[in-house]
Design a protein around this ligand. Structure first.
Ligand code: C2O
Ligand code: CU
Ligand code: CU
Length: 518
């Protein structure tokens, strides 16, 4: 069904950096408009109809400096008919407009009214707005350390479709500390948004309207419990290549896929020098032969091409392909070391990067065991849940402002869920396996091994963590600096939409308020 496409025939596009429309005492002001447009994603594919920020896929990169706040007006100028099949059978409200958007800046420390709450959606021209809608112009304080964040759509029940249609882009925070390290920069710093997509022969995006072999009574369209595309798209091109000089390059990599996880490696058998994770620099550079990246996770790596002059190196994925013979997702993109060295490479790969204070010694105010579980709905479809609660159930998690908590994510399903928590960056404490079958028969937790510390490249700031099946993954975080409504969820977008997402409310115990929903 999906057209066969030659690999490595298009050069890698670099998304342009967004320019502010004005600058005043409140910082830089930006305006971004979501639009429908067509873009060529491969030499041999007719232009693809997409939705994107400012008519681009991926969206323009927003680049800021720490402690310089910015304002962004997110406009919706999309048609009122969706590009992809919308399943309304599980919506919590009736008569919702088919096309709704709300932008979330993933990984950011932002007040609730600028965080992109899923029910703070709005339609074209703000004609209709969701029950949580607060403001048209979002404010990002950028207090946090240098890191690669990303913005993407987060509208209730259709996030998987809006992001798949193209609504995602990168957001880079810079700071002095990082700049003092003289890492490769400018044209030697390359952002890579890796996504999987499937196409029809006419170039349009393919997204299934039902699971394979659906039972007869199933709603049509019906949400699928996962989505795996058979082509890899990087920065909006299918299997691109990049010509590089024989020198060091810094790659800022984001897995922007709906469901697919990757395990990246280079076919030249050279290691990556990983310097950062979701929330910024690691404490020291780690050599990694292979790096796992779950949906929404980011990695910051330096690759040294200096010994590979004239060679071609392929960035590969050890987790592809799956059973589908058309799936060639073991290839990601190619680096061709054929540009002349324009100047001597003075960039270093520093050993020591930054100091990461451990949260372990903080006073712990709450330890929560939160199950990742699932059941089936009235049509027999998988219904995935957090702690057995649906999105619409009453809020049960109320962290107190300024306090530290440990969350034990106990995965009693059969697959890994990348769990993301808004507002904060956390640290991973450990993962410990337990006997899942026994737990399912008598509810008792019997450990089958010791707790494993996080992988060396996970020992920094994180906002998304792989929580494997039959394991308890423990994370620690301090809830600050804002109070109010936030969400945590599985970042497999098909899970997030149905119904693996929950609100939590950060409360100020001194004020004894719990933040008013209305
Ligand atoms: Cu990247 Cu709540 O999302
Ligand atoms: Cu987020
Ligand atoms: Cu999940």
């Amino acid at each position: 069904m999906s057209p066969k496409l030659t690999k490595f025939v298009d050069s890698l596009p670099i998304p342009e950096t967004l320019k502010p429309i004005k600058q005043d005492k409140n910082g830089a002001h930006y305006e971004v408009t979501m639009e429908e447009f067509s873009q060529k994603l491969h030499r041999d594919l007719p232009p693809t109809r997409l939705w994107g920020y400012n008519g681009q896929f991926p969206g323009p990169t927003i680049e800021v400096h720490q402690n310089e706040p910015i304002q962004v007006k997110w406009n919706n100028n999309l048609p009122n008919k969706h590009l992809l099949p919308v399943d309304e059978s599980f919506f919590h409200e009736e008569n919702l407009p088919e096309v709704r958007t709300v932008t979330h800046l993933h990984g950011s420390e932002t007040t609730p009214d600028s965080d992109g709450y899923p029910e703070a959606w709005f339609t074209n021209g703000f004609e209709e707005v969701g029950p949580f809608f607060r403001r048209k112009v979002y404010e990002y304080p950028n207090h946090q350390r240098a890191s690669l964040l990303w913005y993407h759509d987060h509208a209730m029940g259709i996030t998987r479709l809006n992001v798949y249609a193209g609504l995602a882009g990168m957001y880079i925070i810079r700071d002095r500390k990082e700049q003092s390290l003289t890492l490769p920069s400018g044209k030697y710093e390359i952002p890579l948004i890796i996504q999987d997509r499937s196409f029809q022969d006419n170039g349009s995006l393919f997204y299934p309207s039902q699971p394979d072999d659906p039972p007869e009574n199933l709603p049509n369209p019906s949400i699928t419990p996962f989505f795996l595309g058979d082509k890899i798209v990087v920065n909006g091109k299918v299997w691109p290549y990049l010509e590089v000089e024989p020198r060091k390059y810094r790659l800022r990599i984001l897995n922007g896929s709906n469901t697919r996880a990757y395990q990246l490696y280079l076919d030249s058998e050279q290691p990556f020098n990983q310097i950062g994770s979701d929330g910024g620099l690691l404490s020291k550079t780690i050599e990694m032969d292979k790096i796992s990246v779950e949906p929404a996770e980011r990695i910051d790596v330096i690759i040294d091409f200096s010994k590979y002059n004239g060679e071609t190196i392929t960035l590969k994925n050890d987790l592809g392909p799956n059973a589908n013979p058309e799936d060639e997702t073991d290839d990601i993109m190619q680096f061709r070391v054929r540009l002349p060295l324009s100047e001597v490479d003075l960039h270093r790969i520093p050993m020591h990067l930054t100091r990461i204070p451990s949260l372990k010694n903080n006073k712990i105010t709450a330890i929560r065991t939160l199950k990742l579980n699932g059941t089936t709905d009235e049509w027999g479809r998988p219904l995935l849940l957090l702690n057995n609660e649906k999105w619409m159930d009453p809020v049960t998690v109320f962290p107190q402002l300024g306090t530290t908590e440990i969350w034990s994510l106990m995965n009693i399903t059969n697959f890994t869920h990348p769990i993301h928590i808004h507002l904060i960056q956390f640290q991973i404490l450990d993962r410990r396996p337990f006997d899942l079958e026994l737990y399912q028969s008598n509810g008792k937790i019997v450990y089958t091994g010791d707790a494993r510390p996080p992988e060396p490249n996970e020992r920094g700031w994180k906002d998304t963590v792989a929580a494997p099946s039959a394991e308890i993954t423990r994370v620690i975080m301090r809830f600050a600096p804002y109070t109010g409504y936030y969400v945590w969820h599985c970042h497999i977008l098909e899970h997030e939409d149905y119904d693996m997402m929950r609100p939590f409310i950060v409360v100020d115990s001194d004020k004894n308020g719990e933040g008013d929903k209305n």
